[in-house]
Design a protein around this ligand. Structure first.
Ligand code: NAD
Length: 465
């Protein structure tokens, strides 16, 4: 007995009925989502604290307010985004109407990870609802308290004929993925991304993959070490380092490393006190498995700062590693914890080669007081997102697309990009029903003269009408 068949059938029927298409319906769903975020802010904060010891400020900035901001933006722009987009025409279609219709795909599946379980579940949901789809949400089973709130409370705020939350881990998700969806939006690891993509291939389902990887952070010799240390340490330790866009390792000269280390120590003490374990501003590692993995990484290279851990409460101190070999595990996998290795390079060229020899990252950072250096890193590398002289502040702009490239993913979202991702862009040409005499030059018998006229009519671009 397939546990998902009935739910999926209900949603499919609702989509076929056309009820999700009108702007009023979409707006009502978005307003429901906004009310859920307002009414249950405290519940969500508590769930995030139970799952990740997430400080309230971090829950507010990068989970709840961020999702609320996306809801508000979509509500303000919904009708504009939904409008047909007129396109330029050629002479042959001058009297016709040519436009792009943004239509919903149908039944959409959104699978999300545990590290920002509200943001990464609800921000894609905003795009899917705004675009007029029916949606199945599959939050991570690992952030179980947040999963519970999303499964039990959120559906009360949305039309349950068009929306459902499915709970479960790899096995249940595997079963769910056997079904045909019209679009799949996956956020998670590249390993599971491949499983999801293989399942989507079976049904030729279009897909967005928001994946992870190792994000390099180049620090030039021309920098104020304390400014760089403040920024890199905060963005590395934010959410206890469990952030897909966190700087994963630093590349700098040995001289810069010597200047950075005391500055990083000072930043850590200022942010988290002399004993970061007792700081209310530092979270914990999500579970035992990830704690063990991270504890193993503490053995790589030499600990220059931090290095303490406590299994009882899954605590890992903000840690900086030096003398790290590229072949060590800490440089072979995404760290996803408050551990920052520093690797030495002799020049900008060496840093760029180092970056370009590896998979394209989700985010790439460059720090220098010389603009030319930042611009060179930008021009000579590729990544999903780029931050010059700062961490992942680009995430706060929903005017920028967010997404990976290559191994870090495909597709993009946030703001209008989310609406476009969850909409099929249908090419439409509505021709004049008469004017047959004009159109006759297209038909056989072909001749050189007709061909010439036809080519001219098709090539000439007109925007008069
Ligand atoms: P994950 O890939 O293990 O899990 C993600 C989702 O897939 C979960 O809902 C999980 O239940 C499901 N899943 C797990 N195994 C599965 C399987 N075998 N078959 C089908 N579904 C399965 O990722 P995670 O550990 O939850 O999150 C961490 C990863 O996500 C990191 O690699 C991180 O970089 C990445 N990430 C990326 C972004 C982004 O926006 N690009 C954001 C956050 C996290």
């Amino acid at each position: 007995m397939d546990p998902f068949s009935d739910t999926l059938q209900r949603l499919r029927e609702a989509f076929r009925s056309g009820r999700t298409r009108p702007a009023e319906f979409r707006a009502a769903q978005l307003k429901g989502l906004g009310r859920f975020l307002q009414d249950h802010k405290k519940l969500l904060q508590e769930a995030l604290a139970q799952d990740l010891h997430k400080p309230v400020t971090e829950s507010e900035i990068s989970e709840i307010s961020l999702a609320q901001g996306e809801v508000n933006l979509a509500l303000r722009n919904l009708r504009t985004w939904m409008k047909d987009e007129k396109v330029t025409k050629n002479l042959a279609t001058q009297l016709d109407s040519a436009f792009i219709r943004k239509e919903p795909f149908g039944l959409v599946l959104i699978i999300s990870p545990w590290n920002y379980p509200v943001n990464l579940t609800l921000v894609p949901l905003v795009g899917a609802l705004a675009a007029g789809n029916c949606v199945v949400l599959k939050p991570s089973e690992i952030s179980k308290n947040t999963e519970q709130v999303l499964a039990e409370v959120l559906p009360q705020y949305l039309d349950q004929n068009c929306f459902a939350v499915v709970q479960g881990g790899p096995e249940e998700t595997g079963q769910l993925l056997k079904h045909k969806f019209d679009y799949i939006f996956f956020t998670g690891s590249p390993r599971v991304g491949k499983i999801v993509m293989a399942a989507a291939t079976e049904h030729l389902t279009p897909i967005t993959l928001e994946l992870g990887g190792k994000n390099p952070c180049y620090v030039d010799d021309n920098c104020d070490p304390q400014t760089v240390a403040n920024r890199v340490v905060w963005f590395r330790c934010y959410n206890t380092g469990q952030t897909c866009v966190a700087p994963d390792y630093v590349l700098c000269s040995p001289e810069m490393q010597e200047r950075l280390l005391p500055a990083m120590q000072s930043a850590i003490t200022r942010f988290y006190g002399d004993d970061p374990r007792s700081s209310p501003n530092l979270g914990r590692i999500i579970n035992e498995k990830h704690f063990q993995r991270l504890q193993g990484l503490l053995g790589c290279g030499r600990v220059a700062i931090g290095g303490q851990s406590d299994e009882r409460d899954r605590y890992i101190a903000p840690t900086v590693l030096v003398d790290v070999q590229q072949t060590e595990p800490v440089m072979q996998e995404e760290i996803f914890g408050p551990i920052l290795p520093i690797l030495n390079v002799r020049s900008l060229d060496e840093a760029i080669d180092f970056i370009n020899c590896r998979e394209k990252p989700l985010a790439l950072y460059a720090f220098s007081t010389r603009n030319q250096v930042v611009k060179q890193v930008l021009a000579r590398t590729s990544s999903g997102n780029f931050g010059g002289n700062d961490g992942f502040m680009f995430m706060t702009l929903n005017s920028l697309p967010f997404g990976g490239v290559g191994n870090s993913g495909m597709g993009k979202y946030h703001g209008k990009f989310s609406f476009d991702t969850f909409s099929h862009h249908r090419a439409c040409l509505l021709a004049h029903s008469g004017l047959e005499k004009l159109k006759e030059i297209r038909y056989p018998p072909y001749s050189v003269c007709r061909l010439r006229m036809l080519l001219m009519a098709m090539e000439t671009r007109c925007t008069i009408l």
